[in-house]
Design a protein around this ligand. Structure first.
Ligand code: ADP
Ligand code: ZN
Length: 625
């Protein structure tokens, strides 16, 4: 790609050079060797022999005799030299209406000349046309397609690289859950026959979701490496071309190739570039992307998994994906890569320091503790940077000091990109998550907390509290919904109580809480005032929070007002309840938050222990008093 790019630049330069040469050779006016006033003088003196009037210049010859008085010696010699023996002159033609009369008066023979303009014709349209073709060719080349118009799209032009990756699960550390989920894919690819015999149901597409640098590409490569199958890799943006239909043709071609090489893996990086929700983007230019996306859907539906082609796709913005991509039979499995926790970071560091000479005093767990929020790519970068620093200082081994310096450098860079939290933010997040978790613990109908983490996750969330069950349930009682509402508000209320101030971190919680309250009223008929009627609302996308298309309301302004009132009432009541709970549990909230700050992740057992200690401590004084 890089090379071709250069070739096109050369084309361009050559074209410009040609034009310039042309112009200077044919179009440059002949150098005038006589000024107009001298010329007039010679005409008056009757020294002009014959003459051609051009549009811009006048050329002619002078009589040889009697020039001495009118022109200097050098000039005459000049003219003679120019005319190769005759005295030839060139002068500019100025706007001089009386010239012709004067010439007639002086009895000079003259002819007019219409300058042939084949050169200007050439320059005015043939050259631009040529230039256009050259540029066009260069553009097509840049797209990675061969220059034949009919062949675009069929191109194999290295858009996807098929190769054995050589990466194995050994190289991927700290994301064991994700690895386990993909194990099944590996064993299928290793022996598709066996699965076929057993009638196993293998996914067609697996979507790997995670922040940049969490190892999505690495994991996909590892799956291919473990299964020892070819790996077709390309990025979603490779499909989006300027010519309508090219992307779609590429998708077709990709699937044809992959099926010939089956079993194999197709890896589409940046799926969001290609699979953005249709209709969300109001700007033009999405025709092409839509066609490409449709083609991808058609291909995914059309091919038979039993052949052994599995599509892995990566994205860090699943919420922007077209819901059609996530339907059953397409990317219906999702593997989420979180930012690694303390232990995970240590393991990743171990992988990357394998070939680095470490001084014995280096303790990777200490370095891991210093790098909260770092993703795999950051840690790889860290090791590299530390090694470079050590080398620059002429050290034999990489020491802790080098790592410390490297951490500082990288943190500086990352903070600018706001990917690493400062201590104050971390504290806020710790209290926020502790709030969610405690409310969940003290609500009988809420799902049990599995894990609390203050490691930033995804792009927006700074921490999370994971509850069981995580999948959707289809029947929920009013009491369960109310408890869920409380849990959602828990984070924000904890911030309120502890800091007397609130942060923007709760925005997503509040939106979900509001949606839930609104659904309770408009869809499930759980409002006392509005009763059993349901009010159709534009349905949001089933996956995460794709904004729903604006639709029309089927109810009156007054009803809308009372819906809003009811929603507010539900939320206000929940707020009061949660505040009460968390104020009563203030001590537990404090110690849970402290524990989170220290460990970053708190699991079920640790949480149980903490709650137990507090219950005992809480009950003792009350019994005594
Ligand atoms: P993504 O595709 O999620 O943006 P990559 O897979 O390209 O991230 O990761 C970039 C690099 O970071 C990898 O090549 C690897 O060196 C390192 N890396 C990321 N995650 C891990 C991990 N879990 N274990 C080991 N190395 C990792
Ligand atoms: Zn929250």
């Amino acid at each position: 790609m890089e090379k071709k790019h250069w070739i096109s630049v050369w084309y361009f330069l050559a074209a410009i050079f040609l034009i310039l040469t042309f112009e200077s050779y044919f179009l440059a006016p002949h150098v005038e060797n006589l000024s107009y006033s001298e010329f007039k003088r010679l005409v008056k003196a009757g020294k002009v022999e014959n003459l051609t009037l051009g549009q811009t210049e006048i050329t002619g010859t002078l009589k040889a005799e009697g020039l001495e008085g009118l022109l200097s010696k050098e000039k005459i010699a000049d003219l003679k030299k120019f005319g190769k023996g005759e005295h030839r002159f060139v002068t500019v033609r100025v706007n001089d209406p009386s010239l012709v009369q004067e010439l007639e008066g002086a009895n000079v023979r003259f002819t007019g000349r219409r300058e042939s303009n084949w050169i200007s014709t050439l320059l005015s349209w043939i050259v631009p046309a040529l230039l256009f073709f050259v540029l066009w060719g260069a553009l097509i080349r840049r797209m990675g397609a061969p220059s034949g118009v009919l062949e675009i799209g069929k191109s194999k032009a290295k858009v996807y690289v098929e190769k054995k990756t050589g990466v194995t699960f050994e190289d991927v550390a700290g994301i064991d859950e994700a690895k386990e989920e993909l194990m099944e894919v590996v064993s299928f690819l290793k022996d598709p026959q066996r699965y076929r015999r057993l009638g196993g149901n293998i996914p067609k597409g697996v979507l790997i979701v995670g922040a940049p640098g969490t190892g999505k590409t690495l994991l996909a490569k590892a799956v291919a490496g473990e299964a020892r199958v070819p790996f077709f890799s390309l990025s979603g943006s490779d499909f989006v071309e300027m010519f309508v239909g090219v992307g779609a043709a590429r998708v077709r071609d990709l699937f044809t190739q992959a099926q010939q090489k089956a079993p194999c893996i197709i890896f589409i990086d940046e799926l969001d570039a290609l699979g953005k929700a249709r209709g969300v983007n109001p700007f033009g230019m999405h025709d092409e992307r839509e066609q490409t996306l449709n083609q991808l859907l058609v291909e995914m539906d059309g091919f038979d998994t039993n052949k052994g082609v599995i599509i892995l796709a990566a994205t860090n913005r699943p919420e922007t994906l077209d819901p059609a991509l996530l339907r059953p039979g397409r990317f219906d499995r999702h593997v989420t890569l979180d930012r690694p926790d303390l232990k995970g970071r240590e393991k990743i560091l171990r992988v990357h320091t394998e070939h680095v000479v470490l001084s014995p005093e280096v303790d990777l767990s200490v370095i891991a503790a210093r790098t909260p929020g770092f993703v795999g790519a950051d840690l790889a970068n860290l090791v590299n940077e530390a090694a470079l620093l050590a080398a620059r200082k002429g050290k034999e081994k990489v020491e802790t000091a080098d790592f410390d310096e490297a951490v500082d450098r990288i943190v500086g860079g990352l903070e600018k990109k706001t990917r690493v939290m400062n201590p104050k933010e971390k504290e806020t997040v710790a209290y926020h998550e502790a709030g969610h978790a405690l409310v969940a613990e003290f609500r009988p109908h809420a799902d049990r907390v599995l894990k609390i983490s203050i490691i930033p996750r995804g792009v927006a969330a700074l921490g999370y509290t994971q509850q069981l069950p995580t999948e959707d349930r289809y029947l929920l009682k009013r009491s369960e919904l109310l408890d869920r509402l409380d849990v959602l508000l828990g984070g924000r209320v904890a911030e309120e109580i502890v800091f007397g101030d609130i942060s923007t971190g709760a925005q997503n919680d509040l939106q979900r809480a509001t949606d839930m309250a609104r659904h309770m009223i408009t869809q499930y008929g759980m409002s006392d005032d509005l009763g059993l009627a349901t009010f159709e609302e534009p349905r949001p996308s089933p996956y995460l929070n794709v904004p729903s298309a604006p639709g029309q309301r089927a109810y009156s302004e007054r009803t809308a007002q009372s819906i809003d009132d009811e929603v507010k009432k539900l939320l206000d009541e929940a707020h009061v309840r949660v505040r009460k709970t968390l104020t009563a549990q203030r001590a537990t909230l404090e110690s849970l938050a402290k524990l989170l700050l220290e460990k970053e992740v708190v699991d079920r057992t640790t949480l149980d222990n903490l709650l137990k200690t507090h219950r005992e401590r809480h009950s003792r004084p009350s019994r005594a008093g």
